[in-house]
Design a protein around this ligand. Structure first.
Ligand code: ATP
Length: 443
């Protein structure tokens, strides 16, 4: 049974604390489009930064790219998206709602009492029809078929069409990869579950170009590395698992595919896909563009079109995963404490700084300390209400450390550092705090 209470609590916390808001809320909202508030944008940025560090900075064999969202429409013909990026769709003649034929069991019928689509005796579902998920728009002043362009439904194609440019500019050799983080758009029929499935989202994709024949080995390596990345993000390993795509599930381009799934309150669902895309995409672009997309291997004097191993994660889905995984409620001294126990490296705020009381020079000391720390780590100053309340507010935001300036600070220059998870306290010299915090919040 899906734990909808937990999702409801999380959605409400996200709104209240400024993680995620519904898009255009004052107009009633726009279906499955969300905006990230101050804490949310910081959290998602930290997730993306960790990905970029692991995939680009830490490796010698991967280069970064930022390709445009709009691409030549022929890209999407060659990639197969115009003809085949479709979902089977059914309409209900009774309630006029529209569902994905392969997701009926997950789709609520709008009629009361609550049942799934097709389960009411009055439901009248049509035969499935195929529906293209790409958003179309027009380039230039004339709205005609010749000027149709698409909002990209994945970032991968921007990498494929640039692979030779990157190769030349960077002097890489196959095997090598190109990584990109960027927006993608899909006109999903049954979006939902908060930021899990949205119509506008961000992908963190890496395409690894290898010699044909070396693909199976690289595929296994990337599977291992990607699962390790999610573990290092602090996600509960018991809630992560592999799902191998069976014959009928494999995308048209894939030779092998595995999803990394997380156990959300609404069930096990994909957060990242690792695909062996073979040479499908490059061959198709080579044929459609008439441009050679071969690689010349100097060591063997061989020419070949590389195979591609793709790792494709959703930045929003991973961000949602960190929120779900971090959320907990605890009973402390007869009160419920809500905590987001983020890995310190992705916590939006690393440290809360408080004066114990608003007198005796404590606010002045705390303000100076706050401005000093802020140069290095995201910090938040709070002097309102009892310290216990201030701790709770920081717990809810997922802040791993809180620093209180008290009477002793003014005598010996030390402050109280309170740890979010254990709620224990240490005394640390204020002038060493910058380094102390960086050591505990970077990676
Ligand atoms: P699903 O089966 O959930 O629709 P998919 O198999 O179509 O996903 P891919 O095309 O492999 O997804 O995209 C790679 C990643 O991009 C997914 O693992 C997911 O994290 C993210 N993603 C895909 N579609 C969406 C969406 N509508 N909203 C948010 N993230 C998405």
């Amino acid at each position: 049974m899906a734990d909808t209470t937990l999702m409801d609590k999380l959605v409400s916390l996200c709104k209240r604390r400024g993680f995620v808001f519904q898009s255009s809320e004052i107009y009633g909202g726009l279906g499955s489009v969300w905006d990230y508030g101050p804490l949310g944008v910081a959290l998602k940025k930290n997730v993306k930064d960790r990905w970029w560090r692991a995939m680009v900075h830490a490796r010698d064999d991967i280069e970064g790219l930022d390709a445009a969202i709009l691409m030549h429409p022929k890209v999407w013909e060659a990639s197969g998206h115009v003809a085949g990026f479709t979902d089977p769709l059914v309409d209900c003649k009774t309630c006029k709602a529209r569902f994905r034929a392969d997701k009926l069991a997950d789709s609520p019928c709008p009629q009361k009492p609550s049942k799934k689509a097709g389960e009411h005796s009055t439901c009248e579902l049509t035969e499935p029809r195929m529906f293209n998920l790409m958003f179309k728009t027009f380039m230039g002043p004339v709205e005609e078929s010749a000027s149709v362009v698409y909002l990209r439904p994945e970032t991968a194609q921007g990498i494929y069409v640039n692979y030779l440019n990157v190769l030349q500019g960077s002097r890489q050799k196959v095997p090598f990869g190109i990584a990109q983080i960027g927006k993608a758009f899909r006109n999903e029929i049954t979006p939902g579950n908060f930021i899990f499935r949205t119509r506008e989202f961000e992908q963190m994709e890496m395409q690894f170009f290898v010699k044909p024949g070396a693909d199976a080995e690289w595929f296994e390596q990337w599977r291992e590395l990607r699962m390790a990345w999610h573990h290092a993000l602090g996600l509960n390993p018991a809630k992560l698992r592999w799902h191998q795509h069976g014959e009928g599930e494999l995308a048209h381009y894939a030779k092998a595919a595995y999803d990394i799934e997380y156990e959300f309150p609404f069930g096990w669902n994909e957060i990242e896909g690792i695909h062996n895309r073979t040479d499908f995409d490059l061959q198709r672009h080579q044929a459609a563009s008439g441009k050679k997309l071969e690689y010349f291997e100097p060591a063997t004097n061989e020419r070949f079109v590389p195979f591609i191993v793709e790792t494709s994660a959703g930045a929003d889905r991973v961000t949602l995963t960190t929120l779900v995984d971090a959320y907990r409620e605890e009973q402390v001294e007869g009160e419920t404490r809500v905590v987001l126990g983020f890995h310190p490296s992705i916590a939006p705020i690393k440290v809360g700084v408080f004066p114990l009381v608003k007198k005796d020079g404590m606010p002045e000391f705390a303000t100076r300390l706050y401005h000093d720390l802020k140069q290095q780590v995201p910090a938040f100053y709070d002097d309102s209400g009892a310290v216990g309340r201030r701790y709770r507010r920081m717990d809810e935001a997922g802040t791993p450390f809180c620093v209180t300036v008290d009477g002793q600070t003014l005598q010996d220059g030390t402050v109280t550092v309170r740890h979010r998870d254990s709620m224990t306290q240490d005394r640390v010299a204020a002038d060493t705090l910058r380094v102390w915090l960086r050591e505990r919040t970077e990676d």
